[in-house]
Design a protein around this ligand. Structure first.
Ligand code: C5P
Length: 290
């Protein structure tokens, strides 16, 4: 039995930095959702553990023991079980949309099933990376703490996005280090139920990604991405996700997002550009095949 799993891109619709812990990690308040596209992983039974990376974004990703897929497998402990893992990398590396964290979460879900073992505990999941718990949760939610507190939010309205990355890998620690303020206000206690995409965009405009200015200081090309996205026809909102450099533009229809992505690809052929639906439309469990 081979399991195949989608590891969807994570999008921070908001990301407020509300404080800092004694160990240097930042306290966040973020409305997180997921794209309907991402990396593809497959897990085949095998005597030992192996990882092969393929796909358009796979070049430059090391397959050593610090690869998040292998670290997620190691978090199960010494099981004596193996798997032949293939990671088809489609999300750009170090790009603020949680590619590595999504891969780790997908690995936890698939190996728990393949090996018939309980998933590693919460502390071990968090130790893989602050975004791994939310990727394991896998649904739109509010993320707080450094990423370990997840709470449900009302269903998001139908929502589409263009994702754009200027092909600059931005190290997350550098962006946090460039922050000038670490005491932003949290989001309101209640995330409202929004009637439609424009309604949600209006609410989002009143909130922020506090890492945006710091990321632009580290990688000025992000400013150019935001400017381009803001100028696309029918765009509702343009913002950076996570610590960048990927930014997103929101649209009310699939056609508007797809047309805008086409325009952007022609204008900026060197960028990574994707059109996607956001939300919880099809959250797939690992599918078994032969
Ligand atoms: O946990 P993760 O590997 O994603 O974090 C990478 C780095 O980003 C951390 O070492 C830390 O410098 C910074 N970070 C932070 N606060 C968070 C998440 C990450 O300061 N909530």
């Amino acid at each position: 039995m081979t399991l195949t799993v989608l590891a969807p891109a994570k999008i921070n619709l908001t990301l407020h930095v509300t404080g800092r812990r004694a160990d240097g990690y930042h306290l966040l308040d973020s409305l997180v959702t997921f794209a309907d596209m991402g990396d593809h992983l497959s897990f085949a039974p095998a005597d030992r553990l192996s990882l092969q990376v393929i796909g358009p974004e796979g070049a430059g990703l090391a397959v050593g023991t610090d690869n998040l897929v292998l670290r997620a497998a190691a978090a199960f402990g010494m099981t004596g079980q193996g798997a032949r893992i293939t990671l088809d990398k489609r999300l750009p590396l170090a790009s603020g949309i949680g590619g590595g964290s999504a891969d780790a979460a997908a690995t936890v879900r698939a190996l728990a099933r393949l090996w018939g073992r309980p998933a590693p505990g919460e502390a071990q999941i968090l130790a893989l990376g602050a975004d791994v718990p939310v990727c394991l949760y896998g649904r739109s939610c509010r993320m707080q703490g450094i990423g370990e507190y997840l709470s449900p939010v009302p269903p998001l309205p139908p929502l589409w996005a263009v994702l754009a990355n200027p092909r600059i890998a931005v190290p997350t620690p550098a962006v946090f280090a460039a922050l000038t303020r670490r005491d932003g206000a949290p989001m309101p206690a209640v995330v409202p139920r929004c009637a439609d995409a424009p309604d949600l965009a209006e609410w989002l405009r009143r909130h922020r990604n506090d890492l945006e200015a710091a990321a632009v200081a580290v990688a000025p090309a992000i400013g150019a991405v935001l400017a381009r996205l803001s100028g696309l026809p029918d765009v509702l909102l343009a913002r950076m996700s996570g610590s960048g450099a990927t930014c997103f533009a929101l649209f009310a229809t699939a056609a508007a997002a797809s047309d805008a992505a086409g325009l952007l690809r022609r204008a900026c052929p060197e960028w990574w550009v994707a059109a996607t639906r956001l939300g919880d439309a099809d959250q797939a469990e690992p599918t078994a095949g032969v």
